[in-house]
Design a protein around this ligand. Structure first.
Ligand SMILES: *[C@@H]1O[C@H](CO)[C@@H](O)[C@H](O)[C@H]1NC(C)=O
Ligand SMILES: *[C@@H]1O[C@H](CO)[C@@H](O)[C@H](O)[C@H]1NC(C)=O
Length: 340
């Protein structure tokens, strides 16, 4: 009886294998050479690492950030990796947290190209300031939303309007984080913006099928960049402790994974183990990668994530006493804490 199954299984396996191989050989990879790539946050960290990688692959690169001094230093680094004298490398100082800033920056960036839109827009500006929720204020909450969501949403809005108007096809690459998939104590003001980006990218992937504009979104974990030190400065001890197990990567390492994902045409880009597990268990209706491999990640997540959550929950509970001391030392708790 079961013998009937063997040919079916063998045929299935053959089809699967062939499709994987054909997919590998015939899917054409996007080549940044000669393309105009616009990198926001390109003066340091992941932005600079990505800009350098693109320059080293022969792209024309425009970087934007606020700090003129940092831009100048970044330009020197970009010049060292150029592969041809004809590559156009430019930097511009704009604050991208408003729609006006995003529009003006794009106008300036497109100017040397007779107003033509960039071929790819890497949105890597932003910052992270973890805290306990009760320590947040109206200002810090809004600041985090500016730095996680709006700084990318405005550039995406302005760039896609231009792309559609000019009928120029392009790539729009968002940059979220693990926290765009999962939640963690300390990221109450940061996480919502990262998840909002996922909602935006997922929606735009579908809407932009109307125009053949490609949308990508990346989900890195701990990354050792200048931004990490800023983030570390306000990071609660408990968050540091839980994150101890994430070995982290450098900006250069992540930039390579990011670009590989963009070149392969991946929609959700998570080039590391944890990112893949989170992605496979959280992707919703977003397109998946390789069905077999993603099913494996999904299975690992199905078994592992509840265990991980229980461990984290018990670490948080174990932190109660220390947290109370912390709040007391900050003058947050009256009467020297609950116990007094
Ligand atoms: C957030 O961005 C808006 C502009 O969109 C700006 O007016 C506001 O000052 C920013 N707030 C903070 C706290 O960064
Ligand atoms: C982050 O800050 C903590 C103190 O809050 C410190 O112990 C740790 O070494 C810092 N980590 C890095 C990588 O700078």
């Amino acid at each position: 009886m079961y013998q009937i199954l063997y040919p079916a299984v063998a045929t299935g396996a053959l089809i699967l294998f062939t499709s994987l191989m054909l997919g590998r050989f015939f899917s054409k990879s996007w080549d940044p050479k000669g393309k105009h790539c616009y990198v926001t946050g390109g003066s340091s960290g992941l932005g600079l690492a990505t800009a350098k990688l693109l320059v080293s692959k022969g792209a024309h690169v425009s970087i934007v950030s606020r700090d003129a001094q940092r831009l100048e230093n970044a330009m020197k680094e970009l010049e060292t990796v150029r592969t041809s004298p004809s590559q156009i490398l430019r930097s511009y100082s704009y604050d991208l947290v408003t729609a006006t800033g995003a529009r003006e920056a794009l106008d300036a960036v497109c100017e040397p190209y007779e107003g033509k839109n960039p071929d790819a827009i890497f949105m890597l500006a932003g910052s992270c300031h973890p805290r306990f929720f009760i320590e947040e204020t109206e200002e810090t909450m809004i600041h985090q939303m500016n730095q996680t969501y709006w700084v990318q949403a405005w550039t995406a809005l302005e760039a896609s309007k231009r792309m559609v108007r000019d009928k120029s096809k392009g790539k729009i690459i968002f940059h979220s984080a693990y926290i765009g998939y999962i939640t963690l104590v300390g990221y109450a003001a940061y996480g919502p913006g990262r998840m909002a980006l996922r909602a935006l990218a997922d929606t735009l992937r579908q809407e932009f099928l109307l125009y053949d504009i490609d949308v990508h979104i990346a989900f890195p974990g701990t990354m050792y960049t200048p931004g990490y030190d800023i983030e570390n400065a306000t990071k609660p001890k408990i968050t540091l402790k839980i994150e101890e197990t994430d070995p982290g990567v450098t900006g250069d390492q992540y930039a390579k994974g990011l670009l590989r994902g963009v070149q392969k045409g991946d929609f959700h880009i998570s080039p590391d183990l944890l990112g893949n597990i989170f992605r496979a268990s959280m992707r919703g209706v977003a397109p998946s990668g390789n069905f077999v491999v993603d099913s494996l990640w999904n299975f690992i997540g199905w078994v592992g994530l509840p265990i991980w959550r229980m461990t984290v929950d018990s670490t948080v509970k174990g932190h109660k006493k220390e947290h109370e001391e912390y709040l007391t030392s900050k003058g947050f708790l009256y009467n020297n804490g609950y116990l007094a």
